[in-house]
Design a protein around this ligand. Sequence first.
Ligand code: HPA
Length: 277
Amino acid sequence: MTEQQQHVENVRLSAAKITAACGRMAPKIAIVLGSGLGGLAGRLQEAVTLSYGELPGFPVLTVAGHAGKFHVGKLDGVPVIVLNGRKHFYETSDAYPLKTMIRAVRAAGVEILFLSNAAGSLRPAMKVSELMLISDHINFLGLNPLTGPNDDTFGPRFFPVAEAWDPALRAKMKSVAQQQGIALHEGVYVAFRGPSFETPAEIRMVQGWGADAVGMSSVPDCLLARHCGLKVVGVSCLTNMGAGLSDEILSHAHTLENAAKGAAAFERLVSAAVKVL
Ligand code: HPA
C-alpha cells in the first residue's frame, strides 16, 4: 500500500470508529482544543472517550498540555466532538496525522471545525488571558499541509481561502460573546513554525504585515478543513504579549499558566456558541 492509500484507509477506519462512538448523538461540530484549554473536555455529559492511539492514523502526541484524546458528548445539551491535542509542524513536517484527524471527523458527519489555540498578542489593547476571534490568517509556516498529490475524493486541487474563517459564524460568535459579557477581540492570526518563540524583530515584521496574534498552529487545520468542505471558526487565547512587547520571558509553562487564566471565559464562550453556530 502506498502512503496515500494507507491514509485513505485510515480515514475510513477512524471515521467508522468515530461514528460508532457518536451513536445517536450525530455531532455537527468538532472542537480542537489548544494548549492549556483541555478543561472543556471535562464539561461534556454522556461522554465517550477514545485515545488517539485507538484511531488509525491519528497523531501520536509528545507535548505537555496536549492530551491526545477524542471525546464525544454533550456540551450544555449540544452534541459535540472534542479533539484534545494535535500535532504541530514543529514536531514533524508529516501532515498525514492532522489530515487523518480532520478528514475522519468530516467523514463522520461533522460540518463545523471550531479551532482554538494559545497565542501571543501583537496589540497592546489585547491583554494577556483575553480572547481573540480569528478573522483571517497568514501562513508563515513555510509549509502547506496539502502539498503533494491531491486526492479529489477529499477536495479540489485549488480552492479559495479568502473567507476561510466563516463570516456568518464569526457574526454569531460576536453576538454570543456580547450576550455572555465576554470580551472578544477579533484579528488576524499568523502561524510561525516554532518551536522557538519569535524574535522581537520578527514580531515587528508581522505587526507590519497586519497580524494581530502569533502562534504555531491552527492554520494547517483550517486549510485542511476548508479543503474538505468544513466550515471553520476559531478563537485564540492570548497567553502573552509577543516577544519584545513586554519584559516577560516566554516559555511553554508560561503559556499553560496564562491559558488556564483565560480558560473559564473560553469554556463559557464555547458552551454558549455551540447552541447557535
Ligand atoms: N508565539 C508563538 N506561539 C505562541 C505564543 C507566542 O508568543 N504564545 C503562545 N503560543
